[in-house]
Design a protein around this ligand. Structure first.
Ligand code: NAG
Ligand code: NAG
Ligand code: NAG
Ligand code: NAG
Length: 257
């Protein structure tokens, strides 16, 4: 009885946390309602397709079948569904339209309800922290507290695919002035560190020919043995890596593998 009670509470918790929950062929799919983006209509490059006369569960399943689908809007009144291959953060990205509710899509292992982005076409689950941390140790433990690790970007496809995801994030979402010493620059720890004369990823692999260093990098001068993923607000240089001291105050890019 006790176990059953606990299970019922677990189901109740799921029902409250995820507004759509589907168990299909023993894979669990979640769609998390983000009310801040309700009542919006977004028509941009990230629109995938619209589907008429479907239930919310059917809309969620349609998203699960489109490997590019990241989020969707569902219109209960009109039984309409709009799939998108990007997540959205700002109301300003759309025009107002009533009766649409906004959902981020995620599978079991990628907690979109906890701020992760689930890019299924690249099979990647990342979280760019909105907080900053006092050094790499704090940054790493933040990722660990979310069941993740500081990201290891050790294949060419990961470098290119990650850049394309980051480029989708509207830059108005990114606080370029967070670091008082480096105005107009956004930077975030990644899981790469110079240890025993080798650049080593947090997943244990060693830096190979796949690299994405910015100009004049890497340099281990003055203890710059950690790495920041960086972008400047002038947007001239795309996302790149920069050797940095491990005690800098910055955000972190976490990943669940
Ligand atoms: C919408 O779907 C329902 C059930 O699938 C069906 O009975 C109904 O005829 C459909 N309506 C339209 C307008 O297609
Ligand atoms: C929104 O839904 C309500 C209730 O179903 C309906 O009366 C109203 O016309 C809808 N508004 C729009 C703009 O579709
Ligand atoms: C980014 O968001 C701002 C408002 O927050 C909007 O004006 C701008 O068009 C958006 N840019 C892109 C590329 O979506
Ligand atoms: C947009 C992009 O860079 N896509 C690449 C993601 O990685 C795969 C390989 O796994 C490439 O084929 C894609 O071009």
């Amino acid at each position: 009885m006790k176990i059953f009670g606990a299970f019922a509470i677990f189901l109740l918790a799921l029902a409250m946390t995820y507004n759509v929950f589907a168990d299909i062929n023993s894979l669990r799919y979640f769609a998390k309602h983000f009310p801040i983006l309700d009542n919006l209509f977004i028509d941009d490059n990230f629109f995938l397709k619209g589907i008429q006369n479907v239930s919310k569960i059917e809309c969620t399943m349609a998203c699960s079948w489109e490997v590019k689908c990241v989020s969707f809007f569902y219109n209960d009144a009109g039984r309409k569904c709009r799939l998108h291959n990007s997540g959205f953060y700002f109301k300003e990205e759309g025009t107002s339209a009533s009766n649409w509710t906004y959902y981020m899509f995620g599978e079991d292992w990628c907690p979109v309800h906890d701020g992760f982005i689930h890019e299924r076409s690249f099979n990647i689950c990342i979280h760019l922290s909105s907080d900053s941390f006092n050094g790499i140790y704090e940054a790493r433990s933040y990722c660990q507290s979310k069941g993740a690790a500081a990201i290891s970007i050790n294949t060419q496809s990961k470098v290119t695919n990650l850049t394309s995801i980051l480029n989708k994030i509207n830059t108005s979402y990114i606080d370029f002035d967070k670091n008082p010493h480096l105005p107009d620059t956004y930077q975030s720890y990644i899981g790469l560190q110079f240890i025993n004369d080798l650049w080593t990823w947090d997943d244990g692999s060693v830096l190979s020919s796949v690299e994405y260093w910015g100009p004049n990098n890497p340099s281990q001068d003055s203890g710059r043995v950690c790495v920041a993923l960086r972008k400047k607000s002038d947007l001239v240089l795309n996302w790149h890596w920069c050797a940095a001291r491990c005690i800098l105050f910055m955000s972190v890019l976490c990943e669940i593998v």
